[in-house]
Design a protein around this ligand. Structure first.
Ligand SMILES: O=C(O)CCC(=O)C(=O)O
Ligand SMILES: [Fe+2]
Length: 323
């Protein structure tokens, strides 16, 4: 195996290849980017105000940035069978299929895709999308030492990694426009490769042609204004996350996510006491009952002072839940 996933220092530049590859050249106002952000400022300036922010190099002290290569994944979990998502992109969410593969075989598939010219029409490999991080990298805790855990509410700090979800996908992977189904806050971490996020606040939903609770029919990269004329009114932002960056998205933020390179990322969906209550009350706005159940479990933990250890058994199935 080559070491094609090794961390390269962020360049801050958008490569020419990327510009050529982009489905659209449309660009939007950039999400605010901070080099340094204390936990207090994070909660008062962004969480309390429902504003997204990118923190550059939030993972810069973590061994994961250099360690999480294809070789490493191969040696730790190459034999493990993982569920891959196929069809998220081309047929819309309704066409989503999952396929089982050995992680080692999938890594080989990604490598051979990566070696193709970027304009190749060969079918894009599936996406290892939103699976428990510790299931793939059981020793991740040591690799993530140095990350400032005080970006999480106190309730999560000792066990946050058990809430972390892993993503490994090819160049041009796509997660179409949606919001996270429990209306949680989201901290998204980029480890290798880059991704472009197109973002809209939750109140822009009326312009986005929602279906099935959390998905949107409009193509955020190439909107078809004949079928989706209201999208012309939408207020849109974007950012590109690079290795080491962290993106914060407030509850309900709409996001359309395009991999610009072969990429490894992970995220943590989390609630504050307030967002957990809003998550339960979203029953009245059509949130599926199963999601309301998960929000109730977290609300009981956060308000009742019950430890995450005791709550996790009731919540764990959410982490393998495809919605
Ligand atoms: O990285 C992706 O493709 C999707 C990320 C996402 O939807 C999330 O973090 O909630
Ligand atoms: Fe999401």
């Amino acid at each position: 195996m080559g070491n094609s996933m090794a961390w390269n220092p962020p360049t801050g530049l958008v490569s020419e290849g990327y510009l050529k590859d982009m489905t659209t050249r449309e660009s939007y106002p950039l999400v605010e980017r901070r080099e340094i952000l204390s936990s207090d400022d994070f909660f008062s300036d962004y969480v309390a105000k429902s504003r997204p922010v990118v923190v550059s190099g939030a993972l810069k002290h973590c061994a994961a940035l250099s360690r999480w290569s294809f070789n490493h994944l191969h040696s730790v979990s190459g034999q493990r069978v993982v569920k891959l998502k196929q069809g998220l992109i081309d047929e819309g969410v309704a066409g989503l299929k999952t396929v089982d593969s050995r992680l080692g075989d999938y890594l080989e598939q990604l490598e051979s895709h990566e070696s193709l010219a970027s304009g190749s029409s060969r079918k894009r490999p599936p996406y290892l999308h939103d699976v428990p991080l510790l299931g793939i990298l059981p020793d991740a805790e040591a690799d993530l030492e140095g990350f400032p855990v005080d970006y999480f509410p106190l309730w999560y700090r000792a066990t946050w990694l058990r809430f972390a979800q892993f993503f490994l996908g090819p160049r041009h992977s796509l997660t179409p426009l949606h919001f996270d189904c429990l209306l949680t806050h989201n901290l998204f971490f980029q480890v290798t490769g880059r991704k472009r996020f197109i973002l809209l606040q939750h109140d822009q939903l009326p312009y986005c042609y929602r279906y099935r609770w959390r998905w949107c029919a409009v193509d955020a990269e190439k909107p078809d204004f004949a079928s989706h004329p209201l999208y012309r009114e939408a207020q849109i932002q974007e950012c590109i996350v690079e290795p080491g960056d962290m993106l914060y998205m407030p509850p309900g933020m709409l996001h359309h996510v395009r991999g610009l390179d072969t990429a490894i990322s992970f995220n943590v969906d989390w609630h504050t006491r307030d967002s957990a209550i809003r998550g339960v009350l979203a029953l009245g706005r059509g949130m599926p009952l199963k999601n309301v159940y998960y929000n109730l479990v977290l609300a009981i933990g956060l308000w009742g002072g019950i430890s995450t250890e005791r709550i996790l058994p009731w919540y764990r199935s959410y982490l393998n839940y495809v919605s």
